[in-house]
Design a protein around this ligand. Sequence first.
Ligand SMILES: [Fe+2]
Ligand SMILES: [Fe+2]
Length: 315
Amino acid sequence: MQTIDKSMGDLLVKYLKPIEENWQPSDLLPASEEDIFFEEIKEIQALAQEMSYDLFAVLIGDTITEEALPTYESWLMDVEGIDQDNKNGWSRWIRGWTAEENRHGDLLNKYLYLSGRVNMREMEISTQHLLADGFDIQTGRDPYRNFIYTSFQELATNISHRRVATLCKKAGNTRLAKICGIIAADEARHANAYESFVTRIFELDPSGIMLAFEDMMKKRIVMPAHFLTESGGETGDLFSHFSNAAQRIKVYTTQDYINILSHLLKEWDIEKIEGISDKAEKARDYVMALPGRLQRISERIKVPEKQYQFKWIAS
Ligand SMILES: [Fe+2]
Ligand SMILES: [Fe+2]
């Protein structure tokens, strides 16, 4: 962590955007100080009515996932090698990343509030539950495991926001397509950053990170909202309904999980990593064979066809 910290100045410039040049949520939303505000809201609401039920449910679940950012920031600030001192490059990275990420929930939340299709109180209760319940990503405070997790996770959010954007575009909802598209682009840039941290660790400690990679893949990468709950429910019992909706509309599927893994294997050139211990060689064999194994299992998985009635969607 100290070695990579030395190049943090360059990494911050490469992977984060200057705040005052960066897009802000208000760039994509109607301005309430303008006369045309109410007309724009009418258009937003008319177009929102045309979105499919599952798509809207997924969009709300994605928003709640983004809104639980305090969980992710506080988790990462506690990783070994990161401390509260602003001279620590890693803490500057986490804070800069958080500042960019915070726009995602902010923008989506405001859009959903204006859309007229959301029971905001139910959405807010779910958000509060998720924040209060945290998550269990099984990385501990280990930076290796955490950066493998975040590499995976940023790619997963890139895929899901990008797919929602495509579906919105098809439905003629260009504003929402732009909103999800611009968020997806941030996620892609963040994924690049975390992948590059892991690439660097593969140069510095190939055996150590290979073992961490195997360990995370054995535990499976859980989604950060896996404790998703609705009012009156038990912790986490809403997650499968959210995930099934995402699978039904092909916004994020088991196939995507496999594809992300295959992408990372290539990105980190796992096949060609040299000078690793016998144990790390076995770990390499495990992760290399995993996409094929998961592929065979995924062919047997059936997604329930019946829509779940989410309390989030206004009746
Ligand atoms: Fe995000
Ligand atoms: Fe992200």
